[in-house]
Write a protein that binds this ligand. Structure first.
Ligand SMILES: Cc1cc2nc3c(=O)[nH]c(=O)nc-3n(C[C@H](O)[C@H](O)[C@H](O)COP(=O)(O)OP(=O)(O)OC[C@H]3O[C@@H](n4cnc5c(N)ncnc54)[C@H](O)[C@@H]3O)c2cc1C
Length: 468
């Protein structure tokens, strides 16, 4: 069999992501690993989705592989909090975006129900919440222009500006700017003054993950991951934060962890978040090529605080899926809406500038600021939110403060065209890059982006190591 055919057999020559189900199936007895296998060993840094996916693919081909994870948990930015609610409440990734991508498909294949979130959001205009149909019915042209702007983003052909400057150029009235910011920038972990409109448009053009937003109705995403990646969980060495990578010896790569232990391999796949790389907490010897490191500065990753406010009763409207506001949280969404009858929780991801403003404050101070925002929107009886607030069931998680994550998600910056591909360029055919920031199919900042980045990095690795 020719090399190309073998790679095809490995299902890695089809567009990354499409390969996912057949790759996992390739460990079934009817389709044994291909020989000859590689006699070196691969280390993967990070046990998030990208690290687990890469490990699964490599193990399937009988290549020696280990994952080194800084913390005592796998999943990275997929993390659940079970403490207070009668359904799994996610601290990191929550929605499954699109109905035609590897993440969606693998969940369905496991027989898990995904519930589509209906499109029924409230938008606060001039301080008053209203549904889209009412704003459109009343002919609120500022709101309609903002919605049309979002609808046309995929066709954006103008200059490379921040989303904010593009909104101003499009003469969207300031009273509707948050409508764009909350729906476009917030889900990507960004504020509209630092995200590139061209980058968003390019991602929308490349996106082939399908339509809709879904919640897993009963299993947490980490439960799903542990089922999908059962085979590789035993390959993880926890509490092993890598602090330096020495690849000066052409035969071996020496990784040193913070405990002073060394780990040797012939190839490494690095999946740590972009913000961790930017912080310089992993030292490289020799220095990495400028091609890779300059790309880091052309991709954004800001802080992100996920706040869950629990209330004794729903005061905002039980049919409202999200509330878009001008306050600290540009979007509150109702995670209970499709999963349980107790629809009395609002979750907000506060990112970018707003997250920085709140960073020095205590949990309770942050709760009070958000409650004041909500009281102003729902003012009946001196503030519905404060009156109904259930402090004992509310909590927040600050992703910017997690030493081995340091932010929410990556997003495109102005002048960032091509940066993810540059960042993902292998170094000396020995260092490979995966992780959501290196996703190339318009799906960075998502779980499926992390999976697809691992498929791509593994293909690059196989291309080098498999003796075909
Ligand atoms: C609040 C929030 C909400 C989100 N919402 C959604 C959503 O609704 N839908 C969606 O699809 N996506 C969402 N995402 C994005 C999604 O979670 C990520 O894109 C995806 O999980 C990233 O996976 P990864 O493997 O690339 O990185 P990570 O999950 O960050 O994994 C990297 C791993 O590397 C480890 N690590 C870091 N440094 C070191 C080191 N020095 N040595 C060893 N290990 C190290 C980390 O501990 C971590 O386990 C959200 C993210 C956040 C933060």
């Amino acid at each position: 069999m020719k090399r190309r055919e073998i790679l095809q057999k490995l299902a890695l020559t089809v567009p990354a992501g499409m390969a996912f189900p057949s790759l996992l199936n390739s460990c079934a007895p009817k389709d044994p690993p291909l020989k000859p296998v590689y006699d070196g060993n691969v280390i993967i840094i990070g046990a998030g989705v990208a690290g687990l996916q890469a490990a699964q693919l490599i193990k399937n081909q009988n290549v020696s592989v280990q994952i080194l994870e800084a913390t005592d948990l796998f999943g990275g930015r997929v993390k659940v909090n079970h403490d207070f609610f009668d359904f799994p409440l996610e601290q990191g990734a929550d929605y499954v975006y699109g109905n035609s991508n590897p993440w969606h498909d693998v969940i369905i294949e496991r027989g898990i129900t995904l519930e589509e979130i209906p499109k029924h959001a409230s938008f606060v205009m001039d301080g008053i919440p209203d549904f889209e149909e009412d704003l459109v019915g009343r002919g609120d042209t500022d709101f309609i222009n903002a919605q049309n702007f979002i609808g046309n983003l995929k066709n954006y052909g103008g200059p490379d500006l921040t989303l904010q400057n593009a909104v101003v150029s499009a003469q969207i009235a300031p009273r509707a700017h948050h409508v764009v910011e909350g729906q476009v920038a917030t889900p990507n972990g960004a504020t509209y003054n630092n995200m590139s409109v061209k980058g968003i448009s390019d991602n929308l053009k490349k996106w082939d993950g399908g339509e809709g937003r879904f919640f897993s109705s009963n299993q947490s995403l980490i439960q799903i991951l542990s089922g999908v990646y059962t085979d590789v969980l035993s390959l993880i060495k926890f509490n092993t934060p890598i602090s330096s990578i020495d690849y000066s010896d052409p035969s071996n790569i020496i990784l040193t962890d913070k405990n002073g232990e060394t780990h040797t391999c012939t190839r490494v796949i690095i999946t740590v978040p972009l913000a961790v790389l930017k912080s310089g907490s992993i030292a490289f010897t020799p220095s990495l090529p400028i091609l890779n490191t300059s790309a880091w500065n052309r991709i954004g990753m800001s802080g992100g605080i996920k706040v869950t406010l629990s209330f004794f009763s729903n005061f905002w409207n039980k049919s409202s899926t999200s509330i878009y506001t001008e306050g600290y949280a540009r979007e509150y969404y109702a995670p209970g809406i499709v999963r349980t009858n107790s629809n009395r929780v609002l979750t907000a991801l506060i990112v970018g500038d707003q997250a920085e403003v709140l960073a020095g404050k205590s949990d309770d101070e942050i709760f009070q600021l958000l409650l004041a925002d909500l009281d102003a929107i729902y003012p009946v009886q001196g503030g519905k939110a404060s009156k109904e607030f259930n402090a004992a069931e509310s909590y927040l998680f600050d992703w910017g403060k997690q030493e081995y994550i340091q932010g929410a998600q990556s997003y495109p910056l102005v002048s960032g065209t091509g940066a993810p591909a540059q960042m993902a360029t292998p170094v000396q055919d020995r260092i490979f890059w995966a992780g959501e920031a290196t996703a190339l199919n318009g799906n960075s900042a998502t779980v499926q982006g992390a999976m697809e980045s691992a498929n791509r990095a593994t293909l690059e690795l196989f291309d080098v190591i498999l003796d075909i």
